[in-house]
Ligand binder design. Structure first.
Ligand SMILES: [Mg+2]
Length: 412
Protein backbone atom coordinates (compact mmCIF):
# COMPACT_ATOMS: atom_id res chain seq x y z
CA UNK A 1 0.00 0.00 0.00
CA UNK A 2 1.37 3.37 -0.88
CA UNK A 3 1.39 6.18 1.59
CA UNK A 4 -1.29 8.82 1.81
CA UNK A 5 -0.18 12.33 2.69
CA UNK A 6 -2.54 15.01 3.93
CA UNK A 7 -1.85 18.70 4.21
CA UNK A 8 -3.87 20.44 6.91
CA UNK A 9 -4.03 24.22 6.67
CA UNK A 10 -5.96 26.47 9.06
CA UNK A 11 -8.11 28.95 7.14
CA UNK A 12 -7.13 32.55 8.00
CA UNK A 13 -5.32 31.13 10.98
CA UNK A 14 -4.74 34.23 13.09
CA UNK A 15 -8.28 35.42 12.57
CA UNK A 16 -9.81 32.00 13.14
CA UNK A 17 -7.83 31.35 16.27
CA UNK A 18 -8.61 34.75 17.70
CA UNK A 19 -12.31 34.28 16.99
CA UNK A 20 -12.32 30.83 18.56
CA UNK A 21 -10.50 32.17 21.59
CA UNK A 22 -12.91 35.09 22.02
CA UNK A 23 -15.81 32.69 21.85
CA UNK A 24 -14.25 30.57 24.58
CA UNK A 25 -13.80 33.68 26.68
CA UNK A 26 -17.47 34.49 26.27
CA UNK A 27 -16.89 37.59 24.17
CA UNK A 28 -20.07 38.23 22.29
CA UNK A 29 -18.87 38.81 18.77
CA UNK A 30 -17.41 36.83 15.89
CA UNK A 31 -14.71 38.87 14.21
CA UNK A 32 -14.93 36.56 11.20
CA UNK A 33 -18.37 37.97 10.44
CA UNK A 34 -17.15 41.57 10.40
CA UNK A 35 -14.81 43.53 8.16
CA UNK A 36 -11.86 42.82 10.41
CA UNK A 37 -8.14 42.33 10.41
CA UNK A 38 -5.51 41.11 12.80
CA UNK A 39 -2.96 43.88 13.02
CA UNK A 40 -1.03 45.63 15.70
CA UNK A 41 -0.74 49.09 17.05
CA UNK A 42 0.08 51.60 14.38
CA UNK A 43 3.23 52.76 16.09
CA UNK A 44 4.71 49.31 16.55
CA UNK A 45 6.09 46.87 14.04
CA UNK A 46 2.77 45.11 13.99
CA UNK A 47 1.22 48.02 12.19
CA UNK A 48 0.41 45.90 9.19
CA UNK A 49 -2.42 43.58 8.28
CA UNK A 50 -1.46 40.07 9.38
CA UNK A 51 -4.76 38.41 8.50
CA UNK A 52 -8.09 39.58 7.11
CA UNK A 53 -11.69 38.43 7.17
CA UNK A 54 -13.67 37.58 4.06
CA UNK A 55 -15.51 40.87 4.35
CA UNK A 56 -12.28 42.84 4.73
CA UNK A 57 -11.03 41.17 1.58
CA UNK A 58 -14.05 42.54 -0.24
CA UNK A 59 -12.74 46.02 0.59
CA UNK A 60 -9.55 45.02 -1.23
CA UNK A 61 -7.61 44.81 1.99
CA UNK A 62 -4.54 42.66 1.64
CA UNK A 63 -2.23 40.90 4.02
CA UNK A 64 0.96 42.93 4.48
CA UNK A 65 -0.78 46.24 3.86
CA UNK A 66 -0.30 48.95 6.45
CA UNK A 67 -3.20 49.51 8.81
CA UNK A 68 -3.42 53.08 7.60
CA UNK A 69 -3.96 51.97 4.02
CA UNK A 70 -6.46 49.38 5.19
CA UNK A 71 -8.44 51.97 7.15
CA UNK A 72 -8.61 54.17 4.07
CA UNK A 73 -10.22 51.33 2.17
CA UNK A 74 -12.61 50.54 4.99
CA UNK A 75 -13.13 53.29 7.59
CA UNK A 76 -15.13 51.03 9.91
CA UNK A 77 -12.51 48.33 9.90
CA UNK A 78 -12.29 46.32 13.10
CA UNK A 79 -8.63 45.97 14.04
CA UNK A 80 -7.81 43.23 16.51
CA UNK A 81 -4.27 43.12 17.90
CA UNK A 82 -2.34 39.90 17.42
CA UNK A 83 -1.85 37.55 20.31
CA UNK A 84 0.96 35.18 19.50
CA UNK A 85 0.68 33.12 22.61
CA UNK A 86 -2.85 32.16 21.57
CA UNK A 87 -1.60 31.11 18.14
CA UNK A 88 1.22 29.03 19.54
CA UNK A 89 -1.15 27.30 21.91
CA UNK A 90 -3.81 26.76 19.26
CA UNK A 91 -1.20 25.33 16.94
CA UNK A 92 -0.01 22.85 19.56
CA UNK A 93 -3.53 21.81 20.44
CA UNK A 94 -4.30 21.21 16.77
CA UNK A 95 -1.13 19.17 16.33
CA UNK A 96 -2.01 16.99 19.31
CA UNK A 97 -5.47 16.43 17.88
CA UNK A 98 -4.05 15.47 14.49
CA UNK A 99 -1.76 12.99 16.22
CA UNK A 100 -4.80 11.05 17.35
CA UNK A 101 -5.24 10.11 13.67
CA UNK A 102 -1.63 9.26 12.89
CA UNK A 103 1.64 9.51 14.80
CA UNK A 104 3.30 10.85 11.66
CA UNK A 105 2.64 14.57 11.90
CA UNK A 106 5.12 17.03 10.52
CA UNK A 107 4.75 20.68 11.38
CA UNK A 108 5.30 22.81 8.31
CA UNK A 109 4.43 26.20 9.76
CA UNK A 110 2.40 27.56 12.63
CA UNK A 111 -0.86 26.74 10.83
CA UNK A 112 0.13 23.95 8.47
CA UNK A 113 0.89 20.28 9.09
CA UNK A 114 1.53 17.24 6.97
CA UNK A 115 0.10 13.90 8.02
CA UNK A 116 1.23 10.55 6.74
CA UNK A 117 -0.86 7.39 6.70
CA UNK A 118 0.69 4.10 5.71
CA UNK A 119 -2.37 1.95 6.24
CA UNK A 120 -5.03 3.96 4.48
CA UNK A 121 -6.58 2.98 1.18
CA UNK A 122 -6.85 5.69 -1.42
CA UNK A 123 -10.62 5.24 -1.65
CA UNK A 124 -10.97 5.90 2.07
CA UNK A 125 -8.56 8.80 2.29
CA UNK A 126 -11.01 11.53 1.44
CA UNK A 127 -13.51 10.20 3.96
CA UNK A 128 -10.89 10.38 6.70
CA UNK A 129 -9.93 13.89 5.59
CA UNK A 130 -13.54 15.01 5.98
CA UNK A 131 -13.67 13.42 9.40
CA UNK A 132 -10.58 15.34 10.50
CA UNK A 133 -11.81 18.62 9.01
CA UNK A 134 -15.24 18.33 10.64
CA UNK A 135 -13.64 17.20 13.88
CA UNK A 136 -11.53 20.34 14.05
CA UNK A 137 -14.55 22.51 13.38
CA UNK A 138 -16.67 20.82 16.00
CA UNK A 139 -13.97 20.59 18.65
CA UNK A 140 -12.23 23.92 18.20
CA UNK A 141 -14.66 26.14 16.34
CA UNK A 142 -12.62 27.02 13.27
CA UNK A 143 -12.14 25.60 9.81
CA UNK A 144 -9.26 24.00 7.95
CA UNK A 145 -8.54 22.94 4.39
CA UNK A 146 -7.19 19.47 3.83
CA UNK A 147 -5.36 18.33 0.71
CA UNK A 148 -4.93 14.62 0.03
CA UNK A 149 -2.39 12.92 -2.21
CA UNK A 150 0.53 10.51 -2.47
CA UNK A 151 3.18 13.11 -1.71
CA UNK A 152 3.62 16.35 0.16
CA UNK A 153 3.86 18.61 -2.84
CA UNK A 154 0.54 17.49 -4.29
CA UNK A 155 -1.14 17.38 -0.89
CA UNK A 156 -0.17 21.01 -0.39
CA UNK A 157 -1.32 21.98 -3.86
CA UNK A 158 -4.63 20.22 -3.19
CA UNK A 159 -5.06 22.04 0.09
CA UNK A 160 -4.64 25.35 -1.71
CA UNK A 161 -7.60 24.71 -4.01
CA UNK A 162 -10.95 26.21 -3.09
CA UNK A 163 -11.14 27.55 0.48
CA UNK A 164 -12.35 27.59 3.22
CA UNK A 165 -13.60 24.48 4.99
CA UNK A 166 -12.83 22.12 2.08
CA UNK A 167 -11.13 18.82 1.40
CA UNK A 168 -9.60 18.11 -2.00
CA UNK A 169 -7.63 15.27 -3.52
CA UNK A 170 -4.86 15.72 -6.04
CA UNK A 171 -3.49 12.29 -6.81
CA UNK A 172 -0.86 11.86 -9.48
CA UNK A 173 -3.43 10.67 -12.00
CA UNK A 174 -5.47 13.83 -11.40
CA UNK A 175 -2.82 16.44 -12.07
CA UNK A 176 -3.90 17.10 -15.65
CA UNK A 177 -7.33 18.20 -14.49
CA UNK A 178 -6.43 19.79 -11.19
CA UNK A 179 -2.85 21.06 -11.34
CA UNK A 180 -2.11 21.81 -14.96
CA UNK A 181 -5.06 24.17 -15.33
CA UNK A 182 -3.69 26.49 -12.62
CA UNK A 183 -1.70 29.63 -13.45
CA UNK A 184 1.98 28.78 -13.22
CA UNK A 185 2.53 31.07 -10.23
CA UNK A 186 0.19 28.87 -8.20
CA UNK A 187 2.77 26.11 -8.34
CA UNK A 188 4.74 25.77 -5.14
CA UNK A 189 8.15 27.48 -5.40
CA UNK A 190 7.29 29.56 -8.42
CA UNK A 191 7.84 32.99 -6.98
CA UNK A 192 7.35 36.46 -8.29
CA UNK A 193 10.87 36.42 -9.72
CA UNK A 194 10.26 33.28 -11.72
CA UNK A 195 6.76 33.98 -12.97
CA UNK A 196 7.71 36.73 -15.47
CA UNK A 197 10.58 34.64 -16.80
CA UNK A 198 8.22 31.75 -17.47
CA UNK A 199 5.50 34.00 -18.85
CA UNK A 200 8.01 35.42 -21.31
CA UNK A 201 8.49 31.92 -22.67
CA UNK A 202 4.74 31.61 -23.14
CA UNK A 203 4.42 29.45 -20.05
CA UNK A 204 1.26 30.65 -18.39
CA UNK A 205 -0.11 27.55 -16.71
CA UNK A 206 1.40 24.68 -14.74
CA UNK A 207 0.48 22.49 -17.72
CA UNK A 208 2.52 24.74 -20.01
CA UNK A 209 5.49 24.26 -17.71
CA UNK A 210 5.05 20.49 -17.59
CA UNK A 211 4.97 20.38 -21.38
CA UNK A 212 7.79 22.83 -21.92
CA UNK A 213 11.32 22.01 -23.04
CA UNK A 214 13.07 20.59 -19.99
CA UNK A 215 16.51 21.49 -21.29
CA UNK A 216 15.49 25.07 -21.87
CA UNK A 217 14.02 25.43 -18.37
CA UNK A 218 17.03 23.72 -16.88
CA UNK A 219 19.56 25.89 -18.65
CA UNK A 220 17.64 29.05 -17.89
CA UNK A 221 16.71 28.48 -14.26
CA UNK A 222 19.26 25.82 -13.31
CA UNK A 223 18.38 23.62 -10.34
CA UNK A 224 15.37 25.73 -9.48
CA UNK A 225 14.08 25.18 -13.02
CA UNK A 226 14.55 21.43 -12.71
CA UNK A 227 12.75 21.49 -9.37
CA UNK A 228 9.66 23.34 -10.57
CA UNK A 229 9.56 21.31 -13.78
CA UNK A 230 9.39 18.17 -11.67
CA UNK A 231 6.81 19.79 -9.42
CA UNK A 232 4.67 20.51 -12.48
CA UNK A 233 4.62 16.75 -13.00
CA UNK A 234 3.73 16.20 -9.36
CA UNK A 235 7.11 14.65 -8.65
CA UNK A 236 8.35 15.11 -5.13
CA UNK A 237 11.03 12.74 -3.94
CA UNK A 238 11.45 14.10 -0.45
CA UNK A 239 11.09 11.89 2.53
CA UNK A 240 8.36 12.59 4.96
CA UNK A 241 10.42 14.10 7.70
CA UNK A 242 13.56 15.48 6.14
CA UNK A 243 12.73 18.97 7.15
CA UNK A 244 14.82 22.06 7.51
CA UNK A 245 17.31 21.34 4.76
CA UNK A 246 18.01 25.00 4.28
CA UNK A 247 20.89 25.34 6.61
CA UNK A 248 22.08 28.75 5.62
CA UNK A 249 21.53 31.73 3.39
CA UNK A 250 24.41 33.85 2.31
CA UNK A 251 26.28 35.89 -0.23
CA UNK A 252 29.87 36.59 -0.99
CA UNK A 253 31.47 38.95 -3.40
CA UNK A 254 34.85 39.19 -4.99
CA UNK A 255 35.88 42.80 -5.01
CA UNK A 256 37.54 44.36 -8.02
CA UNK A 257 40.10 46.13 -5.88
CA UNK A 258 41.89 45.34 -2.65
CA UNK A 259 40.06 46.65 0.34
CA UNK A 260 42.41 48.09 2.87
CA UNK A 261 40.21 50.19 5.11
CA UNK A 262 37.48 49.28 7.53
CA UNK A 263 35.00 51.78 6.24
CA UNK A 264 34.91 50.36 2.72
CA UNK A 265 34.74 46.85 4.07
CA UNK A 266 31.72 47.79 6.17
CA UNK A 267 29.94 49.24 3.16
CA UNK A 268 30.49 46.05 1.21
CA UNK A 269 29.30 44.02 4.16
CA UNK A 270 26.17 46.15 4.29
CA UNK A 271 25.52 45.45 0.65
CA UNK A 272 25.93 41.72 1.19
CA UNK A 273 23.77 41.83 4.29
CA UNK A 274 21.00 43.65 2.45
CA UNK A 275 20.62 40.78 0.02
CA UNK A 276 21.06 38.07 2.59
CA UNK A 277 18.43 39.52 4.90
CA UNK A 278 16.10 40.16 2.00
CA UNK A 279 16.36 36.55 0.87
CA UNK A 280 15.76 35.43 4.42
CA UNK A 281 12.57 37.48 4.60
CA UNK A 282 11.49 36.26 1.19
CA UNK A 283 11.80 32.71 2.46
CA UNK A 284 9.85 33.63 5.57
CA UNK A 285 12.66 32.68 7.86
CA UNK A 286 14.63 34.06 10.76
CA UNK A 287 18.22 33.33 11.66
CA UNK A 288 20.03 32.87 14.91
CA UNK A 289 23.63 32.60 13.76
CA UNK A 290 25.50 35.12 11.61
CA UNK A 291 28.90 34.65 10.07
CA UNK A 292 31.41 36.59 8.09
CA UNK A 293 34.24 35.36 5.87
CA UNK A 294 37.28 37.14 4.53
CA UNK A 295 39.61 36.09 1.74
CA UNK A 296 42.73 38.17 1.40
CA UNK A 297 44.72 38.90 -1.74
CA UNK A 298 46.84 35.79 -1.15
CA UNK A 299 43.71 33.66 -0.92
CA UNK A 300 44.01 33.08 2.80
CA UNK A 301 40.56 32.54 4.22
CA UNK A 302 39.22 33.29 7.63
CA UNK A 303 35.72 33.17 9.01
CA UNK A 304 33.94 33.72 12.23
CA UNK A 305 30.41 33.19 13.44
CA UNK A 306 28.26 34.20 16.35
CA UNK A 307 25.04 33.02 17.91
CA UNK A 308 22.60 35.83 18.56
CA UNK A 309 20.37 36.16 21.58
CA UNK A 310 17.26 35.96 19.40
CA UNK A 311 16.03 34.96 15.95
CA UNK A 312 15.88 37.82 13.48
CA UNK A 313 15.48 38.76 9.83
CA UNK A 314 16.28 42.41 10.39
CA UNK A 315 18.96 43.90 8.12
CA UNK A 316 20.22 46.26 10.79
CA UNK A 317 20.55 43.63 13.49
CA UNK A 318 22.36 41.24 11.23
CA UNK A 319 24.59 43.99 9.88
CA UNK A 320 25.56 45.22 13.33
CA UNK A 321 26.73 41.76 14.33
CA UNK A 322 28.47 41.16 11.02
CA UNK A 323 30.52 44.34 11.47
CA UNK A 324 31.52 43.38 14.99
CA UNK A 325 32.61 39.97 13.79
CA UNK A 326 34.53 41.48 10.93
CA UNK A 327 36.36 43.91 13.20
CA UNK A 328 37.40 41.06 15.47
CA UNK A 329 38.51 38.87 12.60
CA UNK A 330 40.33 41.14 10.21
CA UNK A 331 44.14 41.21 10.43
CA UNK A 332 44.42 44.25 8.12
CA UNK A 333 45.74 42.33 5.14
CA UNK A 334 44.22 43.54 1.84
CA UNK A 335 40.85 41.90 1.17
CA UNK A 336 39.73 40.41 -2.13
CA UNK A 337 36.54 38.70 -1.11
CA UNK A 338 33.97 39.14 1.63
CA UNK A 339 31.12 36.87 2.57
CA UNK A 340 28.10 37.12 4.80
CA UNK A 341 25.88 34.25 5.75
CA UNK A 342 23.22 33.39 8.27
CA UNK A 343 22.23 30.01 9.62
CA UNK A 344 20.27 28.23 12.34
CA UNK A 345 17.08 29.16 10.54
CA UNK A 346 13.48 28.86 11.60
CA UNK A 347 10.22 29.85 10.04
CA UNK A 348 9.15 33.32 10.97
CA UNK A 349 5.38 32.87 10.72
CA UNK A 350 5.21 33.51 14.36
CA UNK A 351 7.75 35.81 15.75
CA UNK A 352 7.55 36.57 19.39
CA UNK A 353 8.67 39.80 20.81
CA UNK A 354 11.66 39.35 22.98
CA UNK A 355 13.41 41.27 25.64
CA UNK A 356 16.67 41.46 23.73
CA UNK A 357 15.26 43.47 20.91
CA UNK A 358 15.46 47.21 21.24
CA UNK A 359 13.05 49.84 19.99
CA UNK A 360 15.23 50.73 17.02
CA UNK A 361 15.45 47.19 15.77
CA UNK A 362 11.66 46.91 15.89
CA UNK A 363 11.40 50.10 13.83
CA UNK A 364 13.96 48.73 11.43
CA UNK A 365 11.89 45.64 10.82
CA UNK A 366 9.08 47.85 9.59
CA UNK A 367 11.56 49.68 7.41
CA UNK A 368 12.87 46.39 6.00
CA UNK A 369 9.38 45.36 4.99
CA UNK A 370 8.70 48.69 3.31
CA UNK A 371 12.00 48.52 1.43
CA UNK A 372 11.30 44.95 0.32
CA UNK A 373 7.95 46.06 -1.03
CA UNK A 374 9.43 48.93 -3.00
CA UNK A 375 12.15 46.71 -4.42
CA UNK A 376 9.65 44.07 -5.39
CA UNK A 377 7.66 46.67 -7.28
CA UNK A 378 10.31 48.86 -8.85
CA UNK A 379 13.43 46.74 -8.97
CA UNK A 380 16.30 45.83 -6.72
CA UNK A 381 18.08 49.15 -6.93
CA UNK A 382 15.07 51.43 -6.82
CA UNK A 383 15.86 52.15 -3.24
CA UNK A 384 19.36 52.13 -1.84
CA UNK A 385 21.04 53.22 1.32
CA UNK A 386 22.54 56.70 1.31
CA UNK A 387 26.01 55.37 1.77
CA UNK A 388 25.87 53.85 -1.73
CA UNK A 389 24.50 56.90 -3.49
CA UNK A 390 27.82 58.42 -4.47
CA UNK A 391 29.90 55.30 -4.69
CA UNK A 392 30.74 52.74 -7.31
CA UNK A 393 29.82 49.96 -4.96
CA UNK A 394 26.72 47.99 -5.72
CA UNK A 395 24.03 48.63 -3.14
CA UNK A 396 22.91 45.03 -3.09
CA UNK A 397 25.41 42.32 -3.74
CA UNK A 398 24.63 38.82 -4.80
CA UNK A 399 21.60 37.66 -6.61
CA UNK A 400 19.64 34.54 -6.13
CA UNK A 401 22.33 31.93 -6.74
CA UNK A 402 20.90 29.22 -8.90
CA UNK A 403 21.83 26.31 -6.77
CA UNK A 404 20.95 27.69 -3.45
CA UNK A 405 17.42 28.49 -2.58
CA UNK A 406 16.53 30.07 0.67
CA UNK A 407 13.13 28.59 0.10
CA UNK A 408 11.75 25.41 1.30
CA UNK A 409 12.17 23.16 -1.68
CA UNK A 410 13.52 20.18 0.07
CA UNK A 411 11.37 20.58 3.10
CA UNK A 412 8.71 19.11 0.90
MG1 LIG B 1 -3.42 28.93 6.60
Amino acid sequence: MTQIIMHVDVNSAFLSWTAAYEKQMGIDRDIREAASVIGGKEESRHGIVLAKSVLAKKFKIQTGMSLMEARKLCPNLLVVPPNYSIYVRASKVLRNYLMTYTPDVQVFSIDECFLRFTDLKREEALKVAYKIKDGVKEKFGYTVNIGVSENKLLAKQAGDLEKPDKCHTMFLDEIKDKLWVLPVEDLYMVGRKTKPKLNKLGILTVGDLANSDYNLISSMLKSHGRLIYNYAWGRDNSNFKDKDPVKSVGNSSTIKFNVTDEETAHVILLSLTEMTAWRLREANMNCRVVSVSIKDKDFNCASKQRKLAYFTDCTRDIYKNICNLFDELWDKSPIRQLGVSVSDLEFSNVKQLNIFQDELSIKNEVLDKAVDKIRAKFGDESIIRGVFANSDLKPILGGYPDDEHPGISSIL
